[in-house]
Design a protein around this ligand. Sequence first.
Ligand code: ADP
Ligand code: MG
Length: 338
Amino acid sequence: MSRLVVALGGNAIQRAHDHGTWSESVRQMRRTVPALAEVVRAGHELIVTHGNGPQVGNLLREAELGAPEIPAPPMHVLDAESEGQIGYLVALELEAELRRRRLAHTVVAMIGRTEVSARDPAFRHPTKPVGRFYPERDARRLARGEGWVMRPDPQRGGWRRVVPSPRPRRWLEGPGVRRMLDAGLGSQLVPVVTGGGGIPVVRDRSGRYRGVDAVIDKDRTAALVALELGADTLAIVTDVPAAAVGFGSAHPRWLGEVGAAEMAGYLARGEFGEGSMAPKIEAGLDFLRGGGGRFVVTDIPSLPAALAGRAGTRVVGGSTAPRKAPSSAPRRSGKPRS
Ligand code: ADP
Ligand code: MG
């Protein structure tokens, strides 16, 4: 049985033009779950992770509108809320789809915590825009009052809050989930883990964790999760059927099976969009460098065929260009799975 981590992109939960209503999310999730159920049926041990950008953005706005009557929770608490919302949605719809196929798995959605380093350079250089646009006056007031870092966005005419995007270093629930799966429970459970990259937490000197206001790239955390669980395959599911070279040109070349070194070359050449496809490819290469077997990029309809080697971009082979493995990607530890 192969162990498979699937990372769902924003599009699996909400489409670009959706308003973000619950019924829209249910509709979209119903388009997503058949492929997931099919891979379970095909015998993969499935672990699901997902993004949370639009959801946490809405929660931030809601918190802002609710204040001062209802005190605004910190962003890491809103992260937890969004994991709850989305995990619940996946549980409802994926379980229903599994039952239709006479599969008895329970979908177990967890609140994931991801340790980041308080000394991560990202904390000194927040870069990730979150929430809405503000006029300059409001932005300056929020910077003074809330201590937020605000940046102008000349293209879209307004100011936005930016938060750090530190590297995920450790997934706190990882060892527990690994023990569960290694005990054979993967044939009965589908864990939903580290939504939105997990809640960023830092460890203080006494060993206690506390949440911080930051966002973690969900694809980076997905690579960490896949390594921590000793997964054979990491599949990053987005809204394109594969990665391409010459993307956006008149003649893109869609990539099928590619060696890791070749893929690292395309990445270095800038073939993959910054902030969109590039972080996915980086995450996949980190997974392979850490000892992972295979990394797949595709969309939901193509997922089953991609796993069978007939669609999507499939990257294999751990020996890539001489870049050193990042600290976020631990070597596989413990005994190898059979
Ligand atoms: P998600 O929200 O699903 O995590 P993103 O929207 O951030 O994913 O990234 C997926 C997008 O990356 C695609 O819709 C595509 O427009 C873009 N992209 C950039 N470069 C490439 C490339 N070389 N090949 C394929 N897609 C690319
Ligand atoms: Mg997107």
